[in-house]
Design a protein around this ligand. Structure first.
Ligand code: NZQ
Ligand code: ZN
Length: 388
């Protein structure tokens, strides 16, 4: 196990009616003039928007709004949010929604203190030093943005989707009430589950020896997704299912599984190029790529980990030939995603051969990706091609 410094500073308020802490938490972090960041209207349909407004009004907190954040949030929305904060002297950013609203809010909070264009922060031209305090109310179990230090923003004009990690981006608090996810449609429930599982799988398959505990925790999260995603699809208001998926979403990426291991992922950089070029749903891209990536990286050096994965996660019977278990585990993974209604090929989401080379090049522009089995441009191209 590698050395690490453990810190997950986000306060989590988990469960029904935890929204009651909202105004107190905003005040604790010095907020009185709040920017509310949200998506295309789902929070209005479930009554959460009205509830937040009522709480802020009753507690004399001033409210300004930035709605309409797109899935795969755009840098244009970030610029708009920073302007609203500056023009109105705001001191707190509250995201209400899924990962897209939270990620957008994070870069608004950081861009407020950066005098030039916030895209510079994404491309590494400048570093986030400080942010406005930020809180979130989560409505979709998927990205883990509610408890991590990443913001993923798209610049579709430039065909770029970039994930930025910086400790200052972590929310001060997040309210996780599983009942807010009752209304999440089947497609997003399935895609969110694939995202949680992908974060876990990225952390699970490792070159680091001896991080036994992290691997068993990862298996627990994968089994939780396998157990509860079908229930949430069948019975959207099943509290137990929604609660287990929600907590899995946060724990898969908040460091718990990755501390002590490498943190250089494989499927995510490949998927971000698909979203950057085709604006597809992140979790769907991951559901397509993950089994093909698994097939590609399976070899004598990695087969034992696939064996653990097959036996401990999918309950496969031990076999003298680890390759048999590995292949069965990969098939199970693909079949599970398909059973949730997720696509299994690039053509299923209208991606053809046209941009595979340029996307493979973009995914590897800083060098090989993934430490588990480092992938070159050619490897990424081969994986995309096999996924067609
Ligand atoms: O926009 P609204 O109307 O809110 O509708 C959204 C959107 O259409 C809907 N939705 C959310 N909560 C709902 C709901 N519909 C009904 N009821 C509810 N309670 O779901 C759709 C998708 O929302 P979005 O926020 O885009 O989804 P998600 O949470 O999956 O976020 C995806 C974005 O996060 C990035 C992805 O790349 C993508 O840009 N990621 C962020 C990460 C991070 N910050 O750590 C890591 C991830 O790997 C990922 O890259
Ligand atoms: Zn993801």
């Amino acid at each position: 196990m590698r050395n690490f410094n453990y810190s997950t500073p986000t306060q989590i308020f988990f469960g029904k009616d935890q929204i009651n802490v909202l105004s107190e938490q905003i005040r604790i972090f010095g907020g009185s003039r709040v920017l509310l960041v949200y998506g295309g209207g789902s929070i209005k349909r479930i009554g959460l928007y009205d509830k937040v407004l009522e709480i802020l009004k009753t507690n004399d907190l001033s409210l300004f709004e930035l709605g309409g954040i797109d899935p795969n949030p755009r840098i244009e929305s970030v610029r708009q949010g920073i302007k609203i904060c500056r023009d109105n002297n705001l001191d707190f950013v509250l995201a209400v929604g899924g990962g897209s609203s939270i990620d957008c809010a994070k870069l608004i909070a950081a861009g407020f203190y950066y005098e030039s264009d916030p895209w510079n922060l994404m491309i590494g031209k400048a570093k986030c030093e400080k942010t406005l305090p930020l809180g979130s109310i989560l409505t979709l179990s998927a990205t883990g943005s509610e408890m991590d230090n990443f913001s993923v923003i798209s610049n579709l004009e430039a065909h770029q989707k970039i994930g930025l990690g910086n400790a200052v981006l972590v929310p001060k608090f997040s309210i996780l009430d599983p009942t807010y996810t009752y209304s999440v449609p089947k497609k997003q429930t399935a895609a969110g589950t694939a995202d949680i599982m992908s974060h876990t799988i990225e952390n699970y398959f490792t070159v680091v020896k001896g991080a036994y505990l992290q691997s068993r925790l990862a298996e627990g999260i994968l089994k939780t997704c396998i157990q509860y995603a079908p229930i949430a699809l069948e019975d959207p208001e099943n509290y137990e299912a929604r609660a287990n998926l929600m907590w899995s979403s946060s724990l898969a990426i908040n460091g718990l599984l990755s501390y002590g291991k490498e943190r250089n992922w494989s499927c995510h950089p490949m998927e971000h190029e698909l979203s950057a070029y085709y604006d597809i749903t992140h979790g769907e891209g991951l559901a397509i790529l993950t089994p093909y990536w698994m097939e590609y990286v399976l070899n004598d050096a990695t087969v034992e980990q696939f064996k653990d994965y097959g036996i401990n996660v999918w309950g496969l019977k031990p076999n003298e030939d680890p390759y048999i278990i590995a292949q069965q585990a990969i098939t199970k993974t693909r079949e599970f995603f398909v059973s949730l209604g997720l696509p299994s090929t690039l053509r299923d989401v209208n991606i053809g051969e046209e941009n595979l080379k340029v996307m493979a090049k973009a995914a590897t522009k800083k060098g090989t990706i993934g430490e588990f089995r480092p992938l070159t441009t050619e490897d990424v191209y081969n994986i995309y091609k096999s996924a067609l």
